[in-house]
Write a protein that binds this ligand. Structure first.
Ligand SMILES: Nc1ncnc2c1ncn2[C@@H]1O[C@H](COP(=O)(O)OP(=O)(O)OP(=O)(O)O)[C@@H](O)[C@H]1O
Ligand SMILES: [Mg+2]
Length: 373
């Protein structure tokens, strides 16, 4: 039966006298039926619902989020990721394949579950900072048309002994009661407790709480966890995620797509110039490339030239790549450093124009550098 998981949750809600849960999942069922082109069935569900008006769960309308007792901070954050789109993400071929696999598996969950071969809808996203873990979770939530409930790791890890486990339970209870994608962002924050935990047993309790809650969560509920530090995760936790996506720092072909994507249509560079950016941006994350590209575009606008040139782009990029501020404090040092770095781009003439000085001044400043190639 299609959509069995929604039907079971409606039943759950009804039997537990939790009308809100029943209504939320009935709304979700109607939406899914609509999505499948089953308009008549969707209408029948909505007609049944309209007989008993209960305010439905929505990202904007929800008030009773779980909170940490000590800090009084909400432990999750709800958003409707309407803008997120996985097509805006540049993913390596393997990551794209893993994503497609996960989405297919979620879509086919009920069918496969009926045959006893479903993989629970649990995804672990692993990758260095700025590679798109959070963006991907949002894009997935948008694809499955559910709000994203993201845990706030700062609030989740309570200073009060025992409270962290309770916070975890409340977050999972919430995800059971409302249709949403539960997203444990910066998942390793829980594991990092190890370092500063005042009591050794506390971490064990937290891991056990996590395992129990994951196990108790219906397999059809989508659970996503993201971490920069997979090595900190307990193996037992890791094993519970049947799906994984590994995001890596982008390789040259993907860096090229990122530069082209983030520079946009207005401030383009020639193809061989983009190659130069690709060459020098090894080790940069997509987020860092995005920040550098917008910095280049802003700088091109400020320059009033109406276009982005390669020297300007590389000069801005140098500021991202080298965090030695002394270089940029003094024009002569900056000229010399740029010239040593990319002598073919930063010729004497280019530098003179860029720094608004005479070619003689450039020659003096860069004397010890080899002449133009
Ligand atoms: N693979 C990607 N393709 C395109 N843009 C990306 C990609 N990864 C990150 N970005 C851009 O960088 C920004 C930050 O990415 P995001 O917050 O998703 O990374 P993250 O992996 O969650 O980082 P962190 O580990 O710091 O939480 C995003 O808003 C997005 O615009
Ligand atoms: Mg993130």
């Amino acid at each position: 039966m299609e959509h069995l998981s929604e039907v079971l949750k409606i039943l759950d809600g009804a039997l537990a006298h939790d009308s809100r849960k029943a209504v939320d999942y009935a709304n979700l069922l109607a939406e899914k039926l609509d999505g499948d082109g089953q308009a008549r069935q969707a209408r029948a569900v909505r007609t049944a619902l309209s007989k008993r008006p209960v305010r439905s769960f929505s990202a904007a309308g929800l008030r009773s989020l779980p909170i940490d007792d000590t800090s009084q901070a909400e432990t999750i954050d709800i958003m409707d990721p309407v803008e997120a789109d996985e097509r805006d993400l540049v993913l390596a071929a393997l990551a794209q394949e893993q994503l497609d696999d996960f989405l297919d598996s979620v879509a086919a969950f009920d069918r496969w579950d009926a045959e006893g071969i479903a993989v629970p809808n649990r995804l672990l996203i692993v990758g260095p900072p700025g590679t798109g873990k959070t963006s991907l979770a949002r894009a997935i939530a948008r694809r499955v048309r559910l709000p994203l409930a993201t845990t706030r790791s700062d609030a989740l890890v309570s200073s009060l002994l025992g409270q962290t486990s309770r916070n975890i339970r409340e977050v999972f209870d919430f995800a059971q009661a409302h249709p949403c994608v539960l997203f444990l962002d910066e998942f390793d924050a829980l594991a990092k407790m190890r370092a500063d935990s005042r009591e050794v047993g506390e971490l064990q309790r937290v891991v056990i709480a996590l395992l129990q809650n994951i196990d108790a969560l219906p397999e059809s509920t989508i659970l996503i966890a993201a971490t920069n530090h997979p090595e900190l995760l307990d193996r037992a936790v890791w094993r519970r995620f049947g799906h994984q996506i590994r995001l890596e720092l982008p390789r040259p072909a993907d860096r090229r797509r990122l530069w082209v994507h983030f520079l946009g249509d207005k401030f383009t560079l020639e193809s061989h110039e983009v190659d130069q950016l690709v060459g020098v941006s090894e080790g940069m994350s997509p987020a860092a490339i995005q920040a550098a590209a917008s910095d280049m575009v802003r700088s091109a606008i400020r320059s009033g030239m109406g276009e982005l040139t390669l020297p300007l782009a590389l000069r801005r990029l140098a500021r991202t790549l080298w965090d030695d501020y002394a270089v940029f404090d003094d024009p002569a040092t900056e000229m010399r450093t740029l010239r040593t770095w990319q002598p073919k781009v930063f010729t004497v003439r280019v530098l003179a124009e860029m720094f608004d000085v005479s070619t003689r001044q450039v020659t003096n400043a860069t004397r010890e550098v080899t002449p133009d190639a």
